[in-house]
Design a protein around this ligand. Sequence first.
Ligand SMILES: [Zn+2]
Length: 342
Amino acid sequence: MRALVLEKVGQLSLREFPIEERLGPRDVRIDLKVVGICGSDLHYYTHGRIGPFVVEAPMILGHEAAGVVTEVGAEVAHLVVGDRVCMEPGIPDQTSRAARQGMYNVDPAVRFWATPPVHGILRPSCTHPADYCFKLPQDVSFAEGAMVEPLAVGVHAATKARIRPGDTALVLGAGPIGLLTAMAARAGGCARVWVADLDAAKLEIARGLGFDPIDVGQGTPAETILPATEGWGCDVVYEATGSPKAAAGVFAPLAPGGCVVMIGGQSEPVPYDAGAAMVREARVENIFRYAHVFPRCVAMIASGAIDVKPLITRTFAFEDSVEAFEVAASAPKGDVKMQIAF
Ligand SMILES: [Zn+2]
């Protein structure tokens, strides 16, 4: 079938690609409708690797997806042909020790779309375990359904923070993950959410969504947060930049007893201000993707508790997906999430 293939670093093609997928008894076959372009897809395109995952053979990109069920395996009970679904891209070994303990996302054997050597889903159809497909209500669009995957990162981060109603939060980074984390923090009960970034266009989007922007080119987040909180600090700090400099400063704006959630990936060890963490008795949480949150994300989009639509700033046709990646890789100001529609 035709697919968007990363041939090697910097080289994409939309071409016929041999891929055979058998429908297992617990699988469904899905016609893809919308696929989001993720920072990780772009990173494989521009760098050919993320940490230990190296692109060594042509690989189909894409993992943020929604579509329609076209075929159902014999043992699948909760889905029927015609159901609209979004898909959780990581398939763990259900019998692994991590999966049995409920942490299936950290199962070392997890197979995740568009993470070498596993192919992604920028192609007209795929098969997937029905257990990792989640029905979309009629009033949730495919475009919104394809936002569930990145939203799941923010919701998992908010869950790990154990937000209490009325908490205050700071999100470092106003990219798609930062903004979705800010939305998850607000939906989880935060009374006020600051979003910090260097990019004025992104901060303007954050402001438009009702968050308090902090331009880190003008000063540190703590210089805004401390005066605004009578010197106390905010209850939760989310690090969603992956920048070592941002990571080094996570405790300065944090309130005593507060929680830091590390979201952004770091390729090298980063400085950690142990003294600042100690005097606050800070709790530090780390997340790796997400677990158990897709149904919650769908429910919040359906109820209106979270509106992801303003973040979808551009949509390309599948036929134009090479161009879509070139545009996305140039990181145009004012764009948050770009998607590809079939
Ligand atoms: Zn993603």
